[in-house]
Write a protein that binds this ligand. Structure first.
Ligand code: FMN
Length: 184
């Protein structure tokens, strides 16, 4: 069975990122694939130590809470990364996770573990969904090296209210459909 790894980078269990990732997960499961869900704020892991072990080995040398996630991504058919926007960027645990998955890319910046359909989900306080578009695109520029093939980027707005995404039926459907697309 195809496995889709869903990574939640929000500290709010019932916030907007979680709502949309749960909709993605339903789509994945209805599409016939399995979900592996990781909540970064519940996991204990170090930031990248810059040891460059992964430049000559296809793994991160650090054995902590992120090790299992890294192995899951390597084997996955698809990856979903969800984050609130904090200080105009992804949250800290999401950035630390991206640094640690450097091992997915080889010394020539080609993917070591094939390509994976990828979906990003962001929740922001600001009400214009295009406000951080250039940042989202800039972040996605690293994806080809990781083997991440971006199929969609879903942005939820007015996110200080944890129910914003819950009330946005269209956005939840888009997230659900993206989940199905990941499964196929
Ligand atoms: C420390 C912090 C920094 C934030 N910075 C921004 C920001 O730069 N731009 C913005 O639109 N919203 C910002 N927000 C609002 C969050 O994006 C909003 O609360 C988020 O969408 C909540 O997502 P969640 O419901 O998934 O946890 C910030 C919130 C916090 C706590």
């Amino acid at each position: 069975m195809k496995e889709i790894v869903i990574i939640n980078g929000s500290p709010r269990r019932d916030g907007n990122t979680s709502t949309l990732l749960n909709a993605v997960a339903r789509g994945v499961e209805d599409g016939g694939a399995a979900v592996q869900f990781y909540t970064l704020f519940k996991m204990k892991y170090m930031a990248c130590q810059g040891c460059f072990h992964c430049r000559i080995n296809d793994d991160c040398i650090i054995r902590d809470g992120l090790h299992e996630l890294l192995q899951s991504i390597k084997a996955a058919h698809g990856v979903v990364v969800g984050s609130p926007v904090y200080m105009m960027q992804m949250t800290g645990p999401v950035k630390n996770m991206y640094d640690r998955i450097f091992a997915l890319t080889d010394s020539d910046y080609n993917p070591r573990f094939g390509t994976k359909k990828t979906l990003t989900v962001y929740s922001q306080g600001y009400d214009d969904p295009h406000m951080f578009e250039s940042y989202f695109e800039y972040t996605a520029a690293m994806f080809p090296a990781l083997g991440f093939n971006l199929i969609d980027n879903i942005v939820s707005t007015n996110g200080n209210d944890p129910e914003s995404a819950e009330r946005n039926a269209q956005l939840k459907i888009r997230a659900y459909e993206a989940g199905k697309k990941l499964a196929f």
